[in-house]
Each structure stands twice: as structure tokens, then as C-alpha cells.
Design a protein around this ligand. Structure first.
Ligand code: NAD
Length: 480
């Protein structure tokens, strides 16, 4: 298999100016996958210069919008054609299962490109009711150079959430993927050139977030930062971006409540609880990491959760149901949280330790369930971002809503009930950007996604994302 080895700047495959490289590590066996350029400030600057030139002098923002749509559609087709290769890169890089990479994520990348390709010639302003002698109208224009800074949990998918709408609207971009998960972004940028995307419209710089990310955030020629990542880094970005009045959208962390009422279809709800926390080893911003269970069914649910969790045996992601966590840093952090949960007095009813495979290598963690968690405990308040579930009992609907909203975060929430009124009251009262009813972890290109409270602001996906990548211009025309 060929591994990407260069950054893409101005349509060229380039090494880092300083000549540095770093190794990309396979979390399944700790082996080195390949070396990648360790970009620095000069490389970030070169990428911004290329994107600026492509925006100010190139024809991407001004070409017939339908042509932009055709390029994005061609790129979607190339992603489909190279699905197996991209899926394999993603699995090697971050340990997600072959099924998730190949059957869910890479096909979704193509679907999102198609979805926004359709918008390229439908981003419109309005002609407003005006008196005689005057015409008032609005125009939607691309913002300019967008820097996308993305996390490692869904590397190409979350990059596409930004790239597809930004390019459809005529912006140019610099993408900085997370250091540990850059392979698919680099390959994708090569495919974009093959699809006919002009040089400089999509640039990818790899390396340290603190160095490259910060250079992009401070750069006066970057017009917008589209960030997905941790709340702490997002807050820093917002503060620094203020210096150059950049537009900023932030998709941040979560501690989402998944609420099971006694009248729920329990079989379905338990399955939802499992995928809610163990899908992608819990490395999901919207993971249902707090499971709220009505007290009347609490003991029964805990017993069944323990049995079901034990069946998610982690192993080689090419065949297992759950892979390793994405990196050594994440492995140490999640194990540390598990110890914290034990020390806080939560009752560990499943897992609770590292999982050892035969080779003795790899970052595997047992799917872990803590029962009798108090919502004030740190394992209920803070994002763990791993396969660790906190189960919290509640008495009635008011209690459930109060606990659900007692969190600094507000990314997602779910309710399992057969009572339509209760479900709709929950949808209204819960402070979260996405609410699922009798479902968990379902996404669609047309459905906006984003946070309340410390989970960030701005919406990705859906028509709503177009607002994040356009300026609204008002025109007043005196007709004489
Ligand atoms: P992170 O904040 O450590 O890194 C995210 C990105 O920011 C990476 O590309 C990183 O290199 C870069 N970065 C790091 N320091 C920077 C700095 N000082 N300036 C600019 N950029 C910098 O997050 P992560 O560990 O990669 O991802 C996990 C986090 O992302 C979790 O908190 C998770 O909830 C969140 N997340 C949110 C969503 C969402 O849609 N809301 C989706 C996925 C992940």
C-alpha cells in the first residue's frame, strides 16, 4: 500500500520547509505506519499564501457555481472509487473498525460531498420588497480563506463536514488535520486535484496543532477558523482569533445524556445505550456517556448493561467489534479516568482495565460501565472520550431533565420512551444541539449538527452550514 508522504500546498506535494518529519503510529500494534512532514510556521504561511492567491486571483470563487458543483461531485465519485484505500488508511491511523471506516465513514464522506455539490448553484440572496425608485437586495458571498482545524476521532469525515460546504460556497482552504490522523486528509487532497480542484484551493499542512494551528489562527490573511476539537483548545482559538476579527465556528466536546424511561422498549434502548457509548470506542463528541435510567428499572438495566458490554471485546480493528483507542496519550488518559471513577466511589460493573491482546501491543481498553454514578462526580461532568459509561439513576421526568441539563456541555441528548408527550417535552427542555428520540448516534447530511453551551457554536451539515461559510451583503440601489 502507498502511504501519503507529502503536504499539499498550492497544488504541489511538498516536504516541510524545515525538513522535519514525524512517525504516524498504528494504535492496534504500536508499529510505525509511515513518516509525515512535521510542518511549521513557514509551511502554514505558505499554505495561507496559496489559498489567498487562489481566492483573490483564481477563478474558484467566481466560476459558474454549477462548475464548482461538478468538481465536488467528481471528488465524491473518486472517494467512492478509492473507498477501500481510504478506509484502510483510517483504520490503520486511528484504530476504528474496518466496518466503520469502509461501510459507514468513507461512503458518508462521498454523500456529504454530493449533498453540498447540489448547493453550489443554490446559495442565493433575496430581492426585498422595495418602494418605487429603489431596489434592495442581499447577496451571499464566500468569506475568503477558511482554515479548518480538525480532530482525530473521525479524521476525514469531520474534515469533509467543513470542506464540502466551504468549497461549494467558493471559499479556499487550509486544512490542518490532527497530528496523529493526517493520512486520509493528505490522500483526499490528492484526489481533489485529480477531480479538477484548482491548485491552492485546498491545502493540507501536517504537524503540531500548537504550532500550525496557532499560526493559522493568528494569520491576518485567514478570514475564518472552522474548528472541531476540545473545549479548552476551542476557547484559546476564540480568544486569539479576536485579534484579527476572524469569523469562528467551534464544534467542541460533550457529555451527552442518554435517558431511558421505564416505559421504553428496553431491548432497543439497551442497544442504543451500547452504540451510544461504545461506537468508535467512545471517541465520539456526541457519545451518550451519561446513561440516565429510571429507578424502577435501574437494577435490571445495570445487570443487562454489564452482560452486553462484556461482549464488546476489543481487538484487531480489521475484524473485531471494537478497536484500540487512537493513541498512547488517549490510552493513558482513559485509564486514568477509570481509576478516578473507582476512587470517586462509582461501582464498576463491567471492564475497568486495559485489555491485553496476544501480541502484548496496542492501546486496548475494556468497555467499562460504572453504575451508581452521582452526576456531580467528575466522571459525569467531564468528557472522557473513551469507552467508559456513567450510569445515573433518576426518579421522574423533572429529575431526568434536571440531571440531563446539569452539565457544562450541550452537544446531544436522547430519550427512550413510548410516551409521545414526554418525548416532545424532553426535546423542548433539554439544552442540546441534537436530540434523538428512541435512537442514538444517527446523522444525516441534511440535519444540522452543533453545540449549546460549552459544546461550541455554529452549525455544520444541512443548509445551516452555508451561513457559516458566506458573508451576507446588503445592497441598496437608487434607480433614479
Ligand atoms: P484537540 O482540541 O486536542 O485538537 C483538535 C485540533 O486542534 C487538532 O488538529 C490539533 O492539532 C489542533 N490544535 C491543538 N492545539 C492547538 C492550538 N493551540 N491552536 C490551534 N489548533 C490546535 O482535540 P482532539 O483531541 O483532536 O479531539 C477530541 C476533542 O474533539 C474532544 O473534546 C471531542 O469532543 C471534540 N470533538 C467535537 C466534535 C463536535 O462536532 N462537536 C466532533 C469530534 C470531536
Amino acid at each position: 500500500m502507498n502511504f501519503p508522504s507529502s503536504m499539499i500546498i498550492g497544488g504541489e506535494a511538498v516536504a516541510a520547509v524545515g525538513g522535519g518529519t514525524y512517525e504516524s503510529i498504528n494504535p492496534a500494534d504500536e508499529s510505525v505506519i509511515c513518516s509525515l512532514p512535521a510542518g511549521g510556521v513557514e509551511d502554514a504561511n505558505a499554505a495561507v499564501t496559496a489559498a489567498r492567491k487562489a481566492f483573490d486571483e483564481g477563478d474558484w470563487p467566481t466560476m459558474a457555481p454549477s462548475r464548482r458543483g461538478r468538481v465536488l461531485r467528481k471528488l465524491a465519485d473518486l472517494v467512492r472509487k478509492h473507498r477501500d484505500e481510504l478506509a484502510q488508511l483510517e483504520t490503520l491511523d486511528v484504530g476504528k473498525t474496518a466496518f466503520d471506516s469502509g461501510k459507514i465513514e468513507i461512503p458518508t464522506v462521498a454523500n456529504i460531498l454530493d449533498y453540498y455539490a447540489g448547493f453550489a448553484d443554490k446559495v442565493t440572496g433575496d430581492t426585498l420588497p422595495s418602494e418605487a425608485g429603489v431596489l434592495r437586495m442581499t447577496l451571499r458571498e464566500p468569506i475568503g480563506v477558511v482554515a479548518a482545524i480538525t480532530p482525530w476521532n473521525f479524521p476525514l469525515l469531520l474534515a469533509t463536514w467543513k470542506i464540502a460546504p466551504a468549497l461549494a460556497c467558493g471559499n479556499t482552504m487550509v486544512l490542518k488535520p490532527a497530528k496523529i490522523s493526517s493520512l486520509t486528509s493528505l490522500r483526499f487532497a490528492e484526489l481533489a486535484l485529480e477531480a479538477g480542484l484548482p491548485a491552492g484551493v485546498l491545502n493540507v499542512v501536517t504537524g503540531s496543532g500548537a504550532v500550525i494551528g496557532e499560526a493559522l489562527v493568528n494569520h491576518p490573511d485567514v478570514d475564518k477558523i472552522a474548528f472541531t476539537g476540545s473545549t479548552a483548545v476551542g476557547i484559546g482559538i476564540q480568544q486569539k482569533a479576536a485579534g484579527t476579527t476572524k469569523r469562528v465556528t467551534l464544534e467542541l466536546g460533550g457529555k451527552s445524556p442518554n435517558v431511558i424511561f421505564e416505559d421504553a422498549d428496553l431491548k432497543q434502548a439497551l442497544r442504543g445505550a451500547m452504540t451510544g457509548i461504545f461506537y468508535n470506542k467512545g471517541e465520539v463528541c456526541a457519545a451518550g456517556s451519561r446513561l440516565l435510567v429510571q429507578r424502577s428499572i435501574y437494577d435490571d438495566v445495570c445487570e443487562q448493561l454489564a452482560t452486553m458490554a462484556a461482549k464488546f471485546v476489543p481487538g484487531d480493528p480489521s475484524s473485531a467489534r471494537m478497536g484500540p483507542v487512537a493513541s498512547k496519550a488517549q490510552y493513558d488518559s482513559v485509564l486514568n479516568w477509570i481509576e478516578k471513577g473507582k476512587a470517586e466511589g462509582a461501582r464498576c460493573i463491567s471492564g475497568g482495565e486495559a485489555h491485553h491482546v496476544e501480541s502484548g501491543k496496542g492501546y486496548y481498553i475494556q468497555p467499562t460501565v460504572f453504575a451508581d454514578v452521582d452526576n456531580a462526580m467528575s466522571i459525569a461532568q467531564e468528557e472522557i472520550f473513551g469507552p467508559v459509561l456513567a450510569v445515573i439513576p433518576f426518579d421522574d421526568e423533572a429529575d431526568a431533565i434536571a440531571i440531563a441539563n446539569d452539565s457544562p456541555y450541550g452537544l446531544a441528548a436522547a430519550i427512550w420512551t413510548r410516551d409521545v408527550g414526554r418525548a416532545l417535552r424532553f426535546v423542548r427542555k433539554v439544552k442540546a444541539g441534537t436530540v434523538w428520540v428512541n435512537a442514538y448516534n444517527l446523522y444525516d447530511p441534511s440535519l444540522p449538527f452543533g453545540g449549546y453551551k460549552a459544546s461550541g457554536f455554529g452549525r455544520e451539515l444541512g443548509e445551516a452550514a452555508l451561513d457559516s461559510y458566506t458573508e451576507l451583503k446588503s445592497a441598496w440601489i437608487n434607480l433614479g
